[in-house]
Design a protein around this ligand. Structure first.
Ligand code: FES
Ligand SMILES: [Fe+2]
Length: 385
């Protein structure tokens, strides 16, 4: 990066530091350039986004050995597959010969065969065959597919592109206690969908995590059962933030879900952001999770999954919920894409955030971002006698 770009990033980080240090009741938005500056986006990717844990999907999307789906995270094409040993692995979806992507989409297979020169890999990525390469020293040892660090937690598949990353699960204790009764790991997949949105990745995180817009942007879809006025900020720690979107007493039940749930838990959706880029809504019978993959400063790929608990919801009810979420996403997307085009303005505001029950989660998110700023090395002081 040029010295000018570095100077700009230092200045922006100073602003972020100040915004993240504001007390909650004085919380403010980040200025528009944090969402529109390509240098800052590159900086975010290089310094922390590419080193964090990212959710890729649900383990029961690939229930049987040989099941797989592909996806991409930053520069890495990924192949997520279940091996003969039943383990989920996240592998490089790049042929070890000359780099052709090995598979596309999703499916089930006995082996992965590269479409270019037919190098063949097993379900765990082990090289099985490389035609006409007998004398070339090509072996399972040196030409199997590299595997990335991955973890399963509550039925979600996570990957970290950084081989030295700290494990994820040990820091999710508090989020675990928030979700525990929902039995998230038992929920079963009903739909997966992927699309590109023209917005900065942080805009979607912030939008999903604030209740302030619910009654305004979603008057017919969400307001009847999660109105802004009943939303309450919930738990947060260094790894996540959350709020509860409570249903009005007059609203019809949306299902019983797990027997462990309290009545209060049945009558709300819990929305959480596992920093940085997983956002999800957990309700008694429905779990909707979005994996946000930043592509450019103003573009993201959103892979979302919908899961349900047990067989309580009929197929028709599930179709209704799917249609509702498509509509909710359309409403949010329209707002975010419009805002993205405007945020480059030199008048883009650094406005006040709404009170904690409505936008307090954004303040938590900024404090997470603030913690990602590298601490400047303090020069050693030589004390002379
Ligand atoms: S690139 Fe895959 S076999 Fe050649
Ligand atoms: Fe929304």
């Amino acid at each position: 990066m040029s010295p000018d770009a570095m100077k700009k990033i230092d200045e922006m980080n100073e602003t972020l530091r100040q915004v993240a240090a504001l007390p909650e009741h004085e919380a403010q938005c980040l200025p528009g350039r944090f969402y529109t500056d390509p240098d800052y986006f590159r900086y975010e990717v290089e310094t922390f986004l590419s080193k964090e844990w990212h959710c890729l999907g649900r383990a029961d999307e690939i229930p049987n050995p040989g099941d797989y789906f592909v996806t991409q995270l930053f520069d890495e094409p990924l192949l997520v597959a279940r091996g003969n040993d039943g383990q989920v692995r996240v592998m490089s979806n790049l042929c070890r010969h000359r780099g052709m992507p090995i598979v596309e989409g999703s499916g089930s297979t006995r082996r992965f065969v590269c479409s270019y020169h037919a190098w063949t890999y097993g379900r765990s990525g082990e090289l099985l065959n490389a035609p006409r390469m007998q004398d070339k020293g090509v072996s399972e040892k040196n030409c199997s597919l590299p595997t990335f660090r991955s973890e399963l937690w509550n039925g979600f598949i996570y990957v970290n592109l950084d081989d030295n990353a700290q494990p994820l699960a040990p820091r999710l204790g508090q989020l675990e206690s928030l979700l525990g009764n929902y039995r998230t790991s038992e929920m079963r997949i009903v739909r997966t969908f992927e699309e590109d949105w023209h917005t900065n990745w942080k805009c979607l995180v912030e939008n999903f995590m604030e209740a302030y817009h619910l009654s305004i942007v979603h008057p017919e879809t969400l307001h009847p059962y999660t109105p802004t006025g009943l939303s309450r900020k919930s738990m947060a720690d260094d790894s996540f933030t959350s709020y509860c979107a409570n249903y009005p007493e007059t609203a019809a039940s949306r299902g019983t879900g797990s027997p462990a749930l309290t009545e209060d838990e049945r009558r709300r959706s819990t929305l959480f952001n596992l920093f940085p880029a997983q956002i999800a809504s957990q309700a008694a019978t429905l779990l909707v999770s979005f994996s946000i993959k930043p592509l450019a400063v103003d573009r993201i790929r959103v892979r979302w999954t919908m899961s349900t608990y047990g067989d309580e919801l009929t197929q028709d009810e599930l179709e209704e919920r799917i249609a509702l979420w498509f509509e909710v996403n359309r409403e949010d997307r329209e707002k975010l894409e419009k805002m993205q085009r405007a945020l480059a303005s030199r008048h883009a505001p650094s406005g006040h955030l709404a009170p904690r029950d409505y936008e307090g989660t954004i303040w938590d998110f900024y404090r997470y971002l603030g913690r990602q700023i590298p601490v400047a090395e303090t020069p050693l002081r030589v004390v002379r006698a």
